[in-house]
Design a protein around this ligand. Structure first.
Ligand code: PMV
Length: 342
């Protein structure tokens, strides 16, 4: 019997993963900033049991949640061969998110990575081994990926890349790798998450990925993603923020263009999303400072900027952008130091 707790952050993709095959394998490589303040903390107590079926109890923010519990149980049943201890121990899982409930912020990356890290820790603990090595994080990333593709990138600090790409050493389809030796300016980046709508997405990312199979632009997109990755990697090394921003914004708009050109077509942006994008571009042109937007699969806008211009940008957000946000809500986040064992 024992208990393990991990706190794992969300991440925001710079080169987007959209389209998959096989067992959650990506059609193109992606790379993301790891965040700091938006995290999930998950604790798992493991208690010996007699019957081999997977058995869990689950509390989300102190409350039972049957939907989440069933999802997690099904996921664990699918990975018993990875963790045979799931047949010997009952898991008492409790989990909470740092970010406010129902802000439309996807929690799958932080929650699946926290769960995967706990499982890998329990495995190591039962084997009497330590856990701070590269194999540990590669397995945690691979297991997180099976739950949610983007979660694979949440197990490393600062920048993480998932999917094979010739310019990323050791990169793999199966798990993410830490992207190291970036220009120091990127470790200072902030991410202001503007909450445009708190509503549940009309189309899940699972459905969105599947629609890429018939999207007429899919093959062009996968080639473009590989080229964008090469350009982005150069900027990550040399700190050329203007080129960095132009790639990141293009990636966000391409993601949403792919949604609009799927069959059936869908639009996750809201009018306020476009108002914010226009305002950011206007502000950047006027003040000539590095501030860029990106989008997830939803209407909320992530504003990326280095610490050096934070005061200017945050004043602009407060004065000009909050009127576009639901209840004036935004979350101040930054590039983070990766998951922590609590
Ligand atoms: O991890 P999933 O299956 O929810 O897909 C996430 C896809 C995007 O967030 C839109 C892009 C990305 O790379 O994170």
């Amino acid at each position: 019997m024992g208990k393990i707790i991990w706190r794992s952050p969300s991440n925001i993709a710079l080169i987007k993963y959209w389209g998959k095959y096989g067992h959650q394998l990506p059609k193109n490589a992606s790379i993301s900033f790891t965040l700091e303040n938006a995290f999930t903390e998950t604790g798992i107590a493991y208690i010996p049991k007699d019957t081999p079926e997977v058995s869990i109890s689950f509390l989300f923010e102190g409350q039972t949640n049957e939907l989440f519990e069933n999802k997690i149980k099904k996921f664990l049943e699918s990975i018993v061969s990875e963790f045979p201890f799931l047949q010997q121990y009952h898991l008492d899982i409790d989990s909470y998110n740092s970010f406010p409930h129902s802000t439309g912020i996807a929690s799958s990356a932080s929650s699946m990575s926290a769960l995967a890290l706990c499982l890998c820790s329990i495995e190591r603990h039962l084997e009497g081994k330590g856990e701070a090595d590269a194999d540990f994080f590669a397995k945690a990333s691979r297991i997180a990926r099976m739950g949610s593709g983007s979660a694979s990138r949440s197990v490393y600090p600062t920048l993480a890349a998932w999917g094979s790409h010739p310019s990323i050493p050791q990169s793999s389809q199966e798990y993410a790798v830490s992207f190291e030796h970036a220009h120091p300016v990127f470790a200072t980046f902030k991410d202001a998450i503007l909450i445009v709508s708190k509503n549940e997405k009309e189309v899940s990312s699972r459905v969105g990925h599947a629609l890429m199979e018939e999207n007429p632009f899919a093959e062009v997109r996968f080639r473009q993603a590989a080229t964008n990755m090469d350009t982005l990697i150069s900027t990550l090394h040399n700190g050329d923020l203007n080129t960095f921003g132009s790639i990141v914004e293009k990636e966000a708009l391409t993601l949403h263009a792919l949604m609009m050109t799927s069959e059936p077509s869908f639009i996750l942006m809201k009018p306020a999303t476009l108002n914010i994008i226009e305002a950011i571009r206007g502000f950047r042109n006027e003040h000539q400072i590095p501030v860029f937007f990106t989008l997830d699969a939803g209407p909320n806008v992530h504003i990326l900027y280095p610490e050096a211009v934070a005061e200017k940008v945050e004043n602009f957000i407060e004065e000009k952008l909050l009127k576009h946000c639901e209840k004036g809500q935004w979350i101040s986040d930054r590039v983070g130091s990766g998951p922590k064992r609590v």
